[in-house]
Write a protein that binds this ligand. Structure first.
Ligand code: ASP
Length: 328
């Protein structure tokens, strides 16, 4: 569906992030462990709110920090922002009024951690990292995740802001539940970063769909659905109606397609086409995929118009519109 012209437009925008090997030598002499050639760091994340998150991540990456620290601390900026009503503090509650959070993180060794349906903790991404680093497990859910977080010293707090509460009370008057994600009502953050050692990490954090059923878990904490990285290949993150991403294991699919030789742009387009092929009512929902290969090339594609992503590379921050499937 994507016209070749649009594909080329996005591909050429994306290639701005590619590592120019000629200039790497002078600007960053660090060698990759995996490929033996010099690389420049890069961070990309979903939606406009990614701009501030990337800024924080870039501070770490540009000081030779680890990609894992960058993707954790980057998304923490958005988790703490009460104005972002799809992530962390200030997130919209479920239909029973509980703010429940999903998050996942993955490092360059293939280690992964996640939490789902976690309440009362401002930084689920840091709890996910702790799950990854200090437990023998990958995922903790609900009360168990909260218990673990409290044991690890995370502070218990009320995440439901007055603004989110008022909106929810308004919604309750009709209680009309339409799990339609359009371009206005989501800004889950998914982030991918490569550090100056050439290592990739990824993170994803969200309060999920507004007014979802209590106990609903989306794609964001599911390793391979909302986020996946493989240091041999690259990484991918997803945003939008999580159920569609889960049914097609989207981020894993994107990474595997890149492993088979597709560019990040070709891979994200194929993952959207998979949804189109498999999910009859796909038109009702928005999905956006973002991918990064180990050479710093970016791919971005969505079902509907309106998906964008933030990129920070070579000391420059940019917000870029993604190409999309449903045209006219
Ligand atoms: N993917 C998230 C979920 O389904 C929501 C979003 O990206 O807005 O929970």
């Amino acid at each position: 569906m994507a016209s070749r012209r649009n594909f080329i437009k996005v591909a050429s925008l994306a290639s701005v992030g590619a590592f120019a090997s000629s200039s790497c030598k002078t600007e960053n002499p660090t060698k990759t462990k995996s490929q033996g050639k010099a690389v420049k760091p890069i961070v990309i994340s979903t939606w406009k709110n990614g701009i501030n998150a990337n800024k924080k991540a870039w501070e770490i990456l540009s000081n030779s920090g680890r990609a894992l620290d960058a993707v954790e601390q980057g998304v923490m900026v958005v988790e703490a922002d009460p104005n972002d009503m799809s992530v962390g503090y200030g997130g919209r509650p479920d239909r029973d009024g509980f703010v429940t959070l999903d998050a996942s993180i993955m490092d360059e060794t293939g280690n992964a951690g996640s939490v789902c349906a976690l309440q009362h903790i401002m930084h689920p991404i840091s709890v996910a990292r702790k799950v990854m680093e200090v437990t023998p497990h990958v995922m903790l859910a609900g009360d168990g995740a909260l218990q673990f977080a409290l044991e690890k010293g995370f502070e218990k707090m009320n995440l439901l802001t007055e603004k989110a509460k008022k909106e929810w009370e308004e919604w309750k008057k009709t209680s009309k539940y339409e799990p339609v994600i359009n371009i206005e009502n989501h800004d889950t953050i998914g982030m991918l970063a490569i550090d100056s050692n050439g290592n990739i990490s990824g993170s994803c954090t969200t309060s999920g769909l507004a007014y979802k059923m209590h106990g609903r878990v989306g794609d964001s904490p599911i390793i391979g659905a909302g986020m996946f990285v493989d240091n041999e290949v690259g990484g991918a993150v997803a945003t939008g109606m999580g159920e569609l991403v889960m049914k097609t294991l989207g981020s894993f699919l994107v990474v595997e397609l890149m492993r088979q030789g597709r560019t990040p742009q070709e891979a994200v387009e194929e993952a959207i086409l998979r949804i189109v092929k498999k999910i009859p009512d796909y038109k009702k929902f928005q999905i956006g995929y973002l991918a990064l290969d180990k050479n710093g090339n970016v791919g971005a594609y969505s079902l509907h118009k309106g998906f964008n992503y933030a990129k920070y590379a070579e000391n420059k921050s940019a917000l870029i519109d993604a190409d999309y499937y449903l045209k006219g």
